[in-house]
Design a protein around this ligand. Sequence first.
Ligand SMILES: Nc1ncnc2c1ncn2[C@@H]1O[C@H](COP(=O)(O)OP(=O)(O)OP(=O)(O)O)[C@@H](O)[C@H]1O
Ligand SMILES: [Mg+2]
Length: 368
Amino acid sequence: MRLTFQHVSKRFMTMRGAVDAVHDVSLEIKDGEFFAILGPSGCGKSTLLNLAAGLEKPTAGEIRFDDRVVASPERRIFLPPRNRNVAMVFQSYALYPHLNVFDNIAFPLRIAREKDAHIKMAVKRAAEMLGIENLLERKPAELSGGQRQRVSIARALVRRPEVFLLDEPLSNLDAQLRTGTRAELKCLQRELKITTLYITHDQTEAMTLGDRIALLKDGSLVQAGTPEEMYEQPKTTFAATFIGSPPMNLVPAKVKEKDGRITLAFGDATMVLPREKTEQAKQLKKQQVLLGIRPEHVTLRSEASGQTLSGTVTAIEPLGREALLHISTECCHILVLTTEKDLKTDERVFVCFDPNRVHLFGPEQQTK
Ligand SMILES: Nc1ncnc2c1ncn2[C@@H]1O[C@H](COP(=O)(O)OP(=O)(O)OP(=O)(O)O)[C@@H](O)[C@H]1O
Ligand SMILES: [Mg+2]
């Protein structure tokens, strides 16, 4: 099932005025795709999911499942959830406490008045897929958080939905269980090939699970693309710092042109830009530019040169294989990932940016 959002907006009218929870979002989610919706709290992720499920009506735009319009205020079309064949999993597992695991999973099939024999088979199959077939007799209270979440996923899958909608399903699990369940979920989705919309505010989760990611901010779409595209070509400083951990460094810089060569000046350093970046840089002359560089693309030098920025190590966070250095320079604070082990705080260092890994953000692309 292909899912299309075309200029979709959702405005809530509240006592304190209008809230634009989703604003003019256009997205196409391909058949069988695992699509992650990422963004900070309050950016409209759940609202977007609820619009897909039919739990909310859009105030503008159109939502289509394949070629069928499921919501369009302009055309006065709105299909309720029961006519959309979608299944949803929420952050809170929302299991029925008085029913055992078998009956919880069987619930949607009983509502649909399926035959007992079919129910038994379908529940068994879903439980096996999620590795909970030995828990069928237990009540939710007798399960761990991870087990409960699997039951709620099994319950969502048992009806073989055409679209699978997951709203932060793993956020109640501890870190280890989360990583495990994440991998299982990805395998399961690959196997079933159900079009999946997966909401998260965790960029690692979006990057590891999503075939593609949409990043939202304040109800608007900032950027959509594959994890690689989002990481390699962030369109704004918001995308650049939200995706990737530790976040990208942003350094105030000036574009200069001398003898036909385009250079970037920042702090006490100057950098000659590679040819493929000069066109963009030329457009940004005389403007407030932010140079973006990821901590893994900054190297340390033992001596100063025209290309290095001098600074002082203010903190060292050991991360096992690498360490994260906090470096204070005259123009900014810089994070550096390094395997260098014998640095100390207050030590004077010289950092160098890889010119091929530098991103430039003009005023239009800053903090949006
Ligand atoms: N029923 C509602 N009435 C009024 N405002 C609402 C309603 N539902 C959501 N909002 C507002 O719309 C915005 C988006 O909310 P939404 O729940 O979609 O965010 P979210 O990205 O899912 O956040 P979180 O990560 O915290 O779950 C917020 O400002 C929220 O306060
Ligand atoms: Mg939410």
